[in-house]
Write a protein of this length. Structure first.
Length: 213
């Protein structure tokens, strides 16, 4: 119990802390239930974010894709308190985030928001989604380098698949992708990367490296 009190301030969406204990926040709990139900029914992150209509998350920013990723995997919503699930550092050095055999796991200590059946359906889809992502990793040369002219966020690489299975690569504003709070246009990744590489080649071909040195 002392461990729970010590880390009580680190609480997820759907709860508040009263006298060192987790208490359900009714308004946020409804949003959490909506997230799980929509995901279990096959909805993607973008559709769920639209349904939340800009609802602020734990730190006051709109709930985005990174937040959904964490929420859908958080065992506290089924009443399980966990701590130190992964080994992050050994002797102050990065340890790879592998599972920690000495992790703390206490069941029934937190009021649950999600029932077991819904939790299991969501976790089944999460596992299938993770397998698909591992098979289809793509490289984006300019991810994190391009800056959005509308909001200042960095562009990130993304791949979409149409109904015929054809995939297209593009760069999209980070705020647009994560929280749907920007309407900047996407940029075709193949065309942009080809343009940048072509201009870099021209620069290096004509550059006077004695001046550069």
């Amino acid at each position: 119990m002392n461990l729970l009190n010590r880390h009580a301030k680190i609480h997820p969406l759907g709860y508040r802390i009263e006298n060192g204990k987790y208490v359900i926040n009714p308004t946020e709990a409804k949003a959490v239930q909506l997230i799980f139900e929509m995901y279990a029914s096959g909805c993607g992150y973008s559709k769920i974010i639209d349904a939340l209509a800009g609802m602020p998350g734990r730190y006051g920013r709109p709930v985005g894709k990174n937040s959904l990723y964490t929420i859908l995997r958080n065992e506290r919503y089924i009443g399980v308190y966990t701590w130190n699930k992964r080994i992050m550092k050994i002797m102050r050095k990065w340890a790879g985030g592998k599972p920690n055999p000495n992790a703390v796991r206490i069941e029934g200590i937190i009021p649950r928001i999600i029932e077991d059946d819904l939790w299991e359906r969501v976790q089944g889809r999460v596992k299938n989604s993770t397998r698909g992502q591992n098979k289809a990793k793509r490289q984006y040369l300019l991810s994190g380098i391009i800056e959005c002219a509308s909001c200042g966020a960095k562009y990130v690489g993304h791949t979409s698949t149409n109904s015929r299975g054809y995939q297209s690569r593009y760069y999209t504003c980070g705020n647009k992708y994560r929280t749907r709070t920007c309407k900047a246009k996407n940029i075709n990744a193949d065309k942009l990367e080809e343009f940048v590489i072509m201009n870099l080649k021209a620069f290096f071909r004509d550059a006077d490296f004695s001046d550069v040195a």
